[in-house]
Design a protein around this ligand. Sequence first.
Ligand code: SAH
Length: 345
Amino acid sequence: MIDIKSMTLEELKTDMAELSEKPFRAKQLHEWMHKKLAESFDEMTNISAALKEKCRQRYSYTNLKCIRQQESKIDGTKKFLFELSDGNVVESVWMKYKHGNSVCISSQVGCRMGCAFCASTLDGLARNLAPSEMLDQIYAITRLTGERVSNVVVMGTGEPLDNFDNLLIFIRLLTDEEGLHISQRNLTVSTCGLVPKIRELAEKKLQITLALSLHATTDEKRRKLMPIANKYSIRELMEACSYYFDQTGRRITFEYSLVGGVNDTDEDAGELIELVKPLNCHVNLIPVNPIKERNFVQSEGSAIQAFKNKLEKNGINVTIRREMGRDIDGACGQLRRRHIERSLQ
Ligand code: SAH
């Protein structure tokens, strides 16, 4: 079976020819899937019963089942737990900001990157998500909230650049005029730093924002937090980021999760400044969200502020990430993990 929601309009046109159908049928199907966000072929009122039947024979139609929804009483953030057709679950987050609604999606079921502070990676990688399954998270949330999504961040469970080909198809479909038509500039992809893939992405010359999870200023410290640092040095990473900027003109976002007593000293701030200064970038400080499986603690509020001030004084563009949905298992992968734990009990 072909996953119809992961096909581009061009591919669908070619495939319609194989079914001896006119090309405009492809456009109609595409519109039902990616604009009207239909949940099945049954909803497609201008498609004949005969063609619907042909489609059911030939294509699979992905759909997510929302099995849990939590809403933050603090800021209205919503977390969704979705079940995929094979029974796996993924989580996505909906955040309301003044400038529009943002959705944070997962790119894989689980993750194999092994970052020490992250809940998503505790059980390893189950599988990649198809482009359709990444889109479905946005489509399902649009239907459930009844509100338009304007920004998408690929910062949920998974390493997007470890699912590179599917990520590119997803971006193409999401930003397509024939779909939700979300601007590339309103899309952020976050990576732990797969250097060759950052370079490959740069060469696509997309206008998306690349966020790089740095979290430490020396290779030695980074290796303790992120196994990927054994593979690529910070120097190679910085060169790849600079290449990304040269190719795309897009400013890099560096993510730096502050962990109490690990990477939050004045010296760390100084080293971070030296590292990122030569680049056209933005630094996003994330107070670490402690997970019960590991004993990392959040930095003191005063340490966070001092860290930020030092960066600012040195002309670095810096923000502290607002902690959205703190009361609803905000940290990556926590909701899914709770669900898996419960089902094992
Ligand atoms: N694999 C991608 C995207 C996943 S997570 C990446 O590594 O960038 C998005 C961001 O949240 C990353 O910067 C990640 O390191 C960070 N993160 C994960 N768990 C966290 C936690 N418990 N507290 C703070 N930041 C966390």
